[in-house]
Design a protein around this ligand. Structure first.
Ligand code: PDD
Length: 293
């Protein structure tokens, strides 16, 4: 049975339960991070922990744990489950407290780490691409729930995903309140036009994806022009290539965006970026494994 890290210790999954008075359950009041372990090492762990603390600060949640303590708990969870290739989710909720919205009703956040074997995606998704569709559900307005908060309040994304599924699409692409392309329900979006890599800027009201940042750096290092800006679906219809990014999928080619089809080419920019991304993961593992002097 899977072992779950709950608050201060590892417990079997059957005992990993939280209160019905937890404000994460009652109000979606909390934050999370999704991470991926390769060969037992969590890629970009520092960046994920930084973003976790950033999300926490944006909702005035004191985690009562240091990044080092969270890292230790994370690796304990991986070891307890004998996992090397893993999907890892860190969750902090406001904690249990009386009914009421006042955050100070909850003295202690609930802390959970789940580590599952990483199952990956069907290889056909990478070879043939996936379908993405612009949905009616708009991305949360920055002044309502800032998309920079990786929040447990995920209804915006859940509704968008349901719409995409109704239309036979794998990922929903949400527009912001201005009608500009924002992001997917669990991913950032990129497109390539005449060799230029384009992606909505963080100002469009999106999550500052860690994979997104990595891809931008890879593209720049390869001498490609990267344009972060405001784009409309029309710009994507005219693109040469489209892809999605996140921690678990890495770089996922899109073969259809709304009604427009895209050819997936082994010689394309998407494939080249994915290859460079994988090389960066390998380099990270190599550096991590090198004995310290
Ligand atoms: N999702 N945008 C949204 C709304 C996301 O939820 C995610 C990540 C991303 C990509 O971020 P990153 O590259 O840091 O994973 C963009 C994770 C995978 C999830 O919800 O499980």
């Amino acid at each position: 049975m899977a072992m779950i890290y709950l608050n201060d210790k590892l417990v079997p999954e059957s005992k990993a339960v939280v209160s019905v008075f937890d404000h994460g359950f009652l109000y979606g009041d909390g934050i999370y991070e999704t991470l991926r372990a390769y060969e037992g090492a969590v890629f970009k762990l520092e960046e994920h922990l930084d973003r976790l603390f950033h999300s926490a600060s944006l909702i005035n949640l004191r985690l009562l744990k240091s990044p080092e303590e969270i890292e230790k708990a994370l690796y304990e969870t991986l070891r307890a489950n004998r996992l090397k290739e893993a999907y890892v989710r860190i969750t902090f909720s406001r904690g249990a407290g009386p009914i009421g919205l006042d955050p100070s009703l909850c003295p202690k956040p609930t802390f959970v780490i789940i580590a599952n074997p990483f199952k990956g995606y069907p290889t056909s998704y990478y070879k043939k691409g996936v379908k993405a569709a612009v949905v009616k559900t708009r991305r949360n307005y920055k002044g309502a729930i800032d998309p920079q908060i990786k929040s447990l309040n995920f209804l915006n994304n859940v509704l968008a995903k349901a719409e995409a599924m109704e239309r036979g699409a794998y990922e929903a692409v949400m527009l912001n309140y201005k009608g500009h392309v924002a992001e997917g329900t669990v991913s950032n979006i990129f497109f390539v036009k005449d060799g230029v890599i384009c992606t909505p800027s963080v100002n469009a009201g999106i999550l500052d994806g860690i994979t997104r940042r990595t891809i931008i750096n890879i593209a720049k290092a390869a001498g490609l022009t990267v344009k972060e800006g405001s784009f409309r679906p029309d710009d994507i219809y005219k693109a040469d290539e489209v892809f999605l990014s996140n921690t678990t999928m890495e770089v996922m080619p899109v073969n259809q965006f709304d009604d427009v089809k895209f050819r997936i080419s082994a010689a394309g920019v998407t494939k080249a970026i994915h290859k460079a991304y994988k090389a960066e993961v390998r380099e990270y593992l190599r550096r991590r494994k090198r004995p310290r002097a």
